[in-house]
Design a protein around this ligand. Structure first.
Ligand SMILES: *Cc1c(COP(=O)(O)O)cnc(C)c1O
Length: 399
């Protein structure tokens, strides 16, 4: 079968909720993938940062195979011998007391929202049914009905109402608006420390610190969604580390499974995460031993291969090399942190998609985001040589 055969099958049988580039991948290794025609591409998306450790990392692969031979699912009706080790490793690494495991990122966000509401009722004294949570414009936190209830993107919402109540939305990074939005019933502020899907938007220096202090002063929980920004992408373990702030809860996902398996989690304090009593929240697959074994190996790779430091170093290098683009009439702005760079094009460029198409022809896979931004987020294991080659292609395409 050839590329066009797979595409026509997909068009016939798959719900059209995505519009992928026309490349059919059959193999991946490190930062590279091969399509069914045998053509090789350098990946500059890393599955939205789920592949920080690169494709099919041998150490994670081995952990997965070994665990799959023993036991893969127990349900949490019983205990397993891997989940407690993941709890210990993740909490110690990030400096939190407890974790709650789920599968997808959206489930981790839902978990944090449920924890915040219950905390509001049981610890803050908010009247039943009144808890409110503040979220930010242009957020991306996933696709459930409750999560799209506080999205500001029409595509994510149109036709999916009625929506979940209890959310207030303010412009991202607008501290005065945040102060004004607080009510006595506000239990939490939810934000991405850097907004990924809306185009790698970095808030003003000091914003996260001010949010932290405001939350403490008003007895509200600070929830950071680090599903895309976390685990090394920005050149720090967590993006909130750039301002040395500690949220009350952090949502993790994507790279926690190293591209092998969906693993997500919420980490937080004992005070917050013990609001859940047995039976009040859960997931059949959440915390299964296969997921835990994969996540343990994913974290080991991140630390042992110094991927966080690599992201910082290679990110700074990439930013330098892209410097000449700043005077390119097609380019409005280049921004980012670590190996997470958005090249926003001017509206007259006619959208980022056609440049991603041209990049694909040159052997680089990147994805447009928010119509006008080319997102560069290669696996953190990428070599400097490969990164340079990929950047050469980008510079050529934008010429
Ligand atoms: C990808 C993402 C999610 C959702 O994760 P899924 O695994 O797709 O449910 C939530 N928040 C952020 C910031 C993300 O980038």
């Amino acid at each position: 079968m050839r590329t066009s055969d797979y595409i026509s099958l997909e068009k016939q049988y798959l719900a059209p909720n995505y519009n992928p580039l026309d490349v059919v991948i059959e193999k991946g290794e490190g930062a590279w993938v091969w399509d069914v025609e045998g053509k090789k591409y350098l990946d500059f998306l890393a599955a939205y940062s789920a592949l920080n450790q690169g494709y099919c990392h041998p150490r994670v692969l081995n952990a997965m195979i070994e665990q799959a031979k023993k036991v893969t699912l127990t349900s949490r009706a019983f205990r397993n011998d891997k989940l407690p080790l993941l709890g210990e490793k993740l909490c110690n690494l990030l400096g939190y007391e407890m974790m709650l495991p789920m599968n997808s990122g959206a489930e981790a966000v839902e978990t944090a929202l449920k924890a915040a509401r219950k905390w509001g009722y049981t610890k803050k004294g908010v009247a039943p049914g009144k808890a409110r949570i503040i979220a930010m414009e242009n957020n991306f936190h996933g696709r459930t009905i409750s999560i799209v209830s506080f999205s500001t993107e029409d595509d994510y919402r149109d036709g999916f109402g009625p929506f979940t109540d209890g959310f207030d939305i303010i412009p991202y990074g607008d501290f005065e608006a945040l102060e004004k939005a607080i009510t006595p019933d506000t239990v939490a502020v939810l934000l991405e420390p850097i907004q990924g899907e809306s185009g790698i938007i970095v808030p003003k220096d000091g914003f996260l610190k001010k949010v932290r202090n405001l939350c403490t002063a008003n007895k509200m929980l600070f929830i950071a969604d680090e599903i895309q920004s976390g685990l090394g992408r920005t050149g720090k373990l967590l993006a909130v580390d750039w301002e040395e702030v500690k949220p009350d809860m952090v949502c993790l996902g994507k790279a926690l499974g190293a591209g092998f398996y969906p693993v997500s989690a919420v980490v937080g304090s004992r005070e917050v995460l013990t609001v859940f009593k047995p039976g009040e929240h859960g997931s059949t697959f959440g915390g299964n031993p296969l997921a835990a074994a994969v996540a343990l190996a994913a974290l080991d790779v991140l630390i042992d291969e110094k991927l966080v430091e690599r992201a910082l170093e290679l990110g700074a290098h990439a930013m330098n090399r892209l410097e000449p683009l700043k005077s390119n009439p097609l380019v409005k702005e280049i921004r980012g942190r670590g190996l997470w760079i958005g090249i926003e094009l001017v509206p007259e460029a006619g959208g980022a998609r056609k440049y991603c198409q041209a990049l694909m022809e040159k052997g680089v896979l990147a994805k447009d985001t928010h119509h006008h931004t080319i997102r560069l987020a290669p696996p953190l294991v990428i070599s400097k040589e490969d990164l340079n080659w990929g950047l050469d292609q980008i510079l050529a395409v934008l010429k």
